[in-house]
Design a binder for this molecule. Structure first.
Ligand SMILES: [Zn+2]
Length: 254
């Protein structure tokens, strides 16, 4: 499909959904910690992004997330993030509004949200299906809130790179401002299922979607594969983007 015919499809679609994965943020220098090379110190991400690991050693898991938060805060949006945000703005400011645009991202880096200190706002209708590094959730009362403090607590300062456990006492780890309970990162860990509210939101978007853009994630691997085949089965169009070539000469296949 040529770029011209893609634009025709884009313009004639009513409900557009972009499904984004790690490839979207790779150009910004965000490591995934999944798969090969997914190591932090001697631990694999699977050993750290895990509810049991957090129960056993919350200090170590917080060190890992503190490291990731600090790393991401030094990075910026790339052209692909900016293109998606521009498109979101364009769709939502059109008069009359003839289209909807939502983004479902598997990334936890928060680079598409409005909260980052940047000159442009983020995506209006954004679903962070695996949560974000920049929200916390209370393990006692469940309160969820945004948090971009650097460091998140003083005790973690300088503890992102050490080869030894910091062994931070529980009372010096991030605590809830409402009930003083221990906070955890608001991300979906291995063995955990998606939040049912998030799942419902995704379902609503998929039900009305007539064009899905699959960006920076393999269209053959869960969950993208499942979402994409759902769209195709109901007669929608799925466009896969090769992220390296995004922009004027965007390469995609149907
Ligand atoms: Zn609480």
């Amino acid at each position: 499909m040529s770029s011209t015919s893609f634009h025709k499809v884009l313009n004639s679609s009513k409900h557009i959904v972009a499904l984004c994965g790690a490839g979207l943020s790779a150009e910004s220098g965000i490591p995934t910690f999944r798969g090969e090379g997914g190591l932090w110190r001697q631990f694999s991400a699977i050993e750290l992004a895990d509810p049991n690991a957090f129960k056993r050693n919350p200090s170590r898991v917080w060190q890992f997330y503190h490291y990731r938060r600090e790393l991401v805060m030094k990075k910026s949006r790339n052209r692909a993030h900016k293109a998606l945000i521009e498109f979101s703005k364009k769709v939502n400011s059109a008069k009359p509004r003839t289209q909807t645009f939502s983004v479902i991202t598997q990334n936890v880096d928060g680079l598409l949200t409005t909260s980052i200190s940047d000159d442009v706002n983020g995506i209006d209708n954004l679903i962070e299906m695996h949560g974000t590094l920049f929200k916390t959730r209370c393990t006692a009362c469940g309160d969820i809130r945004s948090n971009r403090d650097s460091p998140i607590v003083p005790a973690l300062q300088g503890n992102e790179d050490l080869s030894l456990d910091a062994d931070i006492p529980l009372d010096q780890l991030p605590r809830c401002s409402l009930c003083t309970g221990l906070l955890r990162p608001h991300v979906v860990w291995f063995k955990e299922s998606l939040d049912s509210m998030v799942f419902e939101k995704i379902q609503i978007e998929l039900d009305r979607c007539d064009l899905m853009l699959v960006i920076g994630t393999s269209g053959t691997v869960y969950p993208a594969a499942g979402f994409a085949s759902y769209i195709r089965e109901k007669g929608g169009i799925v466009a896969n983007f090769n992220i390296e070539k995004m922009g004027e000469d965007a390469a995609f296949e149907l």
